[in-house]
Design a protein around this ligand. Structure first.
Ligand code: NAD
Ligand code: MG
Length: 387
């Protein structure tokens, strides 16, 4: 029987790459459900092509637009967060691809895990906001969380066949983004257009800005802590501008196991979908002779203060990471809307983490209430400093 998929965030960068992999294996997968936010013009052709039984969109305006474009007969259309959560829990879905961007994806990821699904997890913010809760729920319900983030997929693959107790260190690589060669002083005047021009990866706008500030790597350290049950002081980052090695695991005997591939998200997506098997993904083969050089440098936290702020939140633990994430989402949207300069992203996040010191996160509702409150604090800080 084909694997029945619910793809949440179907119109995004990961959603589109997922459907590209699925299209290469029509006998293997069935698209049962698709969810997206408001980009109906992009969703309508996906519904027409894949004929899912269930579709969900973020609001009533998007639903009306989608209906106006014409839905194939028999499609059930749901609206809002509750409808997206319902898709994650469907009895006729085996695998949920969690590819919504931001904390908007937390509830549906949590629902999928609680429903015991196989979860191909791209939405790193879910683990940042509610990592402990998600991992607990996965253990309790027998859900399998398969990382889609390329570094975490690489760690997952490099851990195969080894005992967790033998791991000394996990090292995530980072491209360094578009500003890796810029002096720290020049970063204040970065434009939105420059920040959106990633040298190695083509991704959605939010994660592209996170890569430019290196907050993305900070979020990934938090993600790795939960996924691999690894304390923050055994997690490292190295800048590797070619993005060929995606992560490395160092063992107690000094041996290091790494995973290499061309930088194309279809590889980790195919691995998460087919695990423990491997299927073709469509990515270009790796030609090491063509690559010539694989280079490594240490990240400069003066140049990328977001990395330091994220590491501090990871060490603090509790719900500190939920505050970090919410503040970052507020600051990144303000930067994308050209309301604050690039360097203000780190300032707003740092100030929010300093001001909001007693966040709660014992339940999913508490973690999401913290998210809401942290957005309020970050917005207030933005107004004080940048209006
Ligand atoms: P994107 O902006 O391209 O797509 C986001 C998707 O989420 C869209 O389909 C959008 O319609 C949907 N969405 C947004 N809000 C929604 C809501 N309230 N309800 C339902 N759907 C909603 O983002 P992306 O680059 O594909 O990233 C998705 C996630 O994957 C992020 O968490 C990101 O950090 C992670 N990720 C992405 C990449 C990548 O290469 N793009 C790599 C690693 C991890
Ligand atoms: Mg990544």
């Amino acid at each position: 029987m084909p694997q029945r998929l619910a793809i949440l965030g179907a119109t995004g960068s990961i959603g589109t790459s997922t459907l590209d992999v699925v299209a290469q294996h029509p006998e293997r997968f069935e698209v049962t459900a698709l969810a997206a936010g408001r980009n109906v013009a992009q969703l309508a052709p996906l519904v027409a092509r894949w004929r899912p039984r269930y579709v969900a969109v973020a609001d009533h305006a998007a639903a009306a637009d989608l209906q106006a474009l014409g839905l194939p007969p028999g499609v059930e259309l749901g609206v809002g967060d509750a409808a997206v959560v319902a898709l994650a829990e469907l009895a006729d879905v085996d695998t949920v691809v969690a590819a919504i961007v931001g904390a908007a994806g937390v509830r549906s990821t949590y629902a999928a895990v609680r429903a015991g699904k196989r979860v191909a997890l791209a939405n790193k913010e879910s683990l940042v906001v509610a990592g402990a809760l998600l991992m607990q729920a996965a253990r309790a319900q027998g859900a399998t969380i398969l990382p889609v983030d390329s570094e975490h997929s690489a760690v997952f693959q490099s851990l195969h066949g080894h005992r967790p107790a033998d791991v000394r260190r996990i090292i995530l690589t980072a491209s360094g983004g578009p500003f890796r060669d810029w002096p720290a002083e020049a970063m204040a005047n970065v434009t939105v257009e420059q920040a959106l021009r990633h040298p190695n990866w083509s991704m959605g706008a939010k994660i592209t800005i996170d890569s430019a500030t290196m907050m993305n790597k900070g979020l990934e350290l938090i993600e790795a802590r939960w996924l691999f049950d690894c304390e923050p002081d055994r997690l490292d980052v190295v800048i590797h501008r070619e993005s060929i090695i995606h992560a490395l695991v160092e063992y107690c005997d000094g041996a290091v196991v790494a995973q290499l591939a061309m930088p194309d998200m279809r590889a980790p997506i195919a691995y998460a979908l087919a695990y423990p098997e491997r299927i073709s993904s469509g990515i270009a083969p790796l030609d090491l002779v063509q690559c010539k050089t694989l280079s490594f440098t240490a990240p400069d936290e003066k140049q990328f203060p977001c990395l330091a702020v994220a590491k501090a939140a990871n060490r603090r633990g509790g719900a500190a990471a939920a505050v970090l994430n919410a503040a970052n989402e507020v600051a990144v949207s303000a930067f994308l809307a050209k309301r604050i300069p690039f360097s203000a992203i780190a300032d707003v996040v740092d100030a929010t983490c300093t001001r909001y010191t007693d966040p709660r996160g014992e339940t999913i509702d508490a973690a999401l209430a913290t998210d809401t409150e942290a957005r309020r604090v970050a917005t207030a800080i933005l107004r004080e400093r940048h209006s």
